[in-house]
Structures are given as structure tokens and as C-alpha cells.
Design a protein around this ligand. Structure first.
Ligand SMILES: *[C@@H]1O[C@H](CO)[C@@H](O)[C@H](O)[C@H]1NC(C)=O
Ligand SMILES: *[C@@H]1O[C@H](CO)[C@@H](O)[C@H](O)[C@H]1NC(C)=O
Ligand SMILES: *[C@@H]1O[C@H](CO)[C@@H](O)[C@H](O)[C@H]1NC(C)=O
Ligand SMILES: CC(=O)N[C@H]1CO[C@H](CO)[C@@H](O)[C@@H]1O
Length: 228
């Protein structure tokens, strides 16, 4: 679980409001971990400089990740004399060429990495196989149990190579539920209709890449999946 990639966020607000912004930025297919050693491992596709969720509280001069944890072992671009500590350069971005961090004014317009709480696992698996994989390597199959979590998944599904992506939604004993126990009071079924008596083989929930809504599929079909 410690190796699970953490995606950085510039601003949860901007990122969760992505539908209004997505035409203005490239979604960057990058997984970054907060550990320096891994911090640029998947930045190879980075197309431009991009904010990461790093900011400094000028009063105390400590760098933090959004969410509030202290940022340690940062990979600053020391060859380019970064951070240069100029006044008001209180945000950090990943410099495209060197893949190292620079400080900059937070108002500077840049692309950015968004945070997501899910990992899209590109390998294809049955629903059961996906569940087992997620429980082994992460915590669980993903629960898209709030609109924020759903939006987060929609950000990522654009990267999926399969038409559907498994989620932790399952039908058993007459009911749909999230395998991790989350409440099923937020739903995003096609036309808002929760399948009441799904056919025997359609007991597993997936996100449909085309329509961006939930759908129920045959559990034996093999798709990519979201772990959390
Ligand atoms: C900026 O501050 C950091 C931490 O105090 C320091 O390591 C770094 O050398 C400073 N950068 C410059 C260009 O002075
Ligand atoms: C991701 O998880 C964190 C911690 O559980 C939570 O505060 C945040 O709102 C979540 N973000 C999304 C987009 O679901
Ligand atoms: C869903 O249920 C949880 C826990 O019972 C509650 O905190 C949350 O406000 C509910 N959300 C909606 C959209 O009703
Ligand atoms: C940490 C992480 O997500 N690493 C991935 C980076 O990209 C390569 C190639 O796509 C994957 O194999 C790694 O798992």
C-alpha cells in the first residue's frame, strides 16, 4: 500500500471542478509518490511544467503537501538554484525538462497534477480477480460513493484502455452495495435507474467510459479496474 501512487493536487477545488476546466489543460498521465526517490518515476509523459500540491507557509517557511503533511526529502532543482526563495514564491511545480521542483508564485498559470484517490490498474481482470488484486496491493476495489469520488474516477477513466472499468459495486442477496461498506446513497446509474433484479450474470458494477455512468456487467468479463 505504501507503494500506491499518490497523485498531487494543486487545488482540490480546481481539480474537483475539473469539468469546467478540462478543456484548458491536459490531463497529465503521471503517477507520483511523495517520496523523492519515486517522485518523477512516471513523469515521463509530462508535457509541460505542472503544479504539484506543494505550498509554503511563508510565516513558518515550511513546505507542505496539500492536505497538510510536511513535505520532506524534496527533489529541488538545485542545478537551477531552486528553490530560489524569492518573495511570494510559495508554490512548487515540477519542471518539465529536469523533472525537479521549482518554487514559483502561486498565481502563475501552469498545468497541474490533480489528486485522485484511485489507481486505475491497466491490467484486465474479472471482477473477482480485480477485487483480489486490489485487496492484495491496495486497500479495496474503489467506492465511487460520493460525487467527489465519482469525479475523481471520471478524471482517470479517460486513461482506460477498456470500455468499462470495474468498481467495488456488487449485487448480492437482492441488494447493490459497495464492497468496502460505504453507503450507497449517492448513485450514478444510467438514467438514474438502479437495476432492481439484474440478470444472474450481471451482478458486478463498472464505470462506463463512454457514457460516464455506472453500469452492471457480467462479472466474468475482463476489464481494467480502480483500486483505492
Ligand atoms: C532557499 O532556502 C533553502 C532552505 O532554507 C536553501 O536550502 C536554499 O539554498 C535557498 N536557495 C537559495 C538560492 O538561496
Ligand atoms: C481523497 O481522500 C481524502 C482522504 O480520505 C479526502 O479528504 C478527499 O476528499 C478525497 N478526494 C476525493 C477527490 O475523493
Ligand atoms: C449518505 O449517508 C451518510 C452516512 O449515513 C451521510 O453522512 C451523508 O450525508 C449521506 N449523503 C447523502 C447524499 O445523502
Ligand atoms: C509508480 C507507478 O505508477 N509506476 C508505473 C509507471 O509507468 C510504468 C509504465 O507505464 C508502469 O509499469 C509503472 O507501474
Amino acid at each position: 500500500m505504501l507503494n500506491a501512487p499518490v497523485l498531487f493536487v494543486l487545488s482540490v477545488k480546481v481539480c474537483s471542478d475539473w469539468s469546467h476546466h478540462h478543456t484548458h489543460f491536459h490531463w497529465l498521465d503521471v503517477s507520483l509518490s511523495k517520496r523523492e526517490s519515486e517522485s518523477s518515476s512516471n513523469a515521463s509523459t509530462q508535457v509541460s511544467h505542472a503544479w504539484v500540491g506543494l505550498y509554503k507557509k511563508p510565516e513558518i517557511g515550511v513546505w507542505k503537501w496539500t492536505g497538510g503533511i510536511d513535505a520532506e526529502h524534496l527533489s529541488w532543482d538545485t542545478d537551477m538554484r531552486q528553490p530560489n526563495n524569492l518573495t511570494n514564491e510559495n508554490c512548487g511545480f515540477l519542471y518539465k525538462i529536469t523533472k525537479k521542483l521549482h518554487d514559483e508564485k502561486c498565481s502563475f498559470p501552469l498545468y497541474f497534477f490533480c489528486m485522485t484517490n484511485f489507481t486505475l490498474v491497466p491490467q484486465m481482470n474479472t471482477w473477482d480477480g480485480a477485487l483480489e488484486y486490489c485487496r492484495t496491493h491496495y486497500k479495496d476495489l474503489a467506492s465511487l460513493s460520493t460525487m467527489e469520488r465519482m469525479n475523481s474516477a471520471l478524471l482517470e477513466i479517460t486513461q482506460a484502455k477498456t470500455e468499462y472499468v470495474w468498481t467495488g459495486l456488487h449485487f448480492l442477496a437482492g441488494e447493490w452495495f459497495w464492497v468496502n461498506g460505504d453507503d450507497l446513497n449517492y448513485t450514478a446509474w444510467y438514467q438514474n435507474e438502479q437495476p432492481q433484479c439484474p440478470a444472474r450474470d450481471l451482478h458486478c458494477g463498472a464505470l462506463d467510459k463512454q457514457t460516464n455512468v455506472w453500469t452492471h456487467r457480467n462479472c466474468e468479463e475482463k476489464y481494467s479496474f480502480f483500486c483505492q
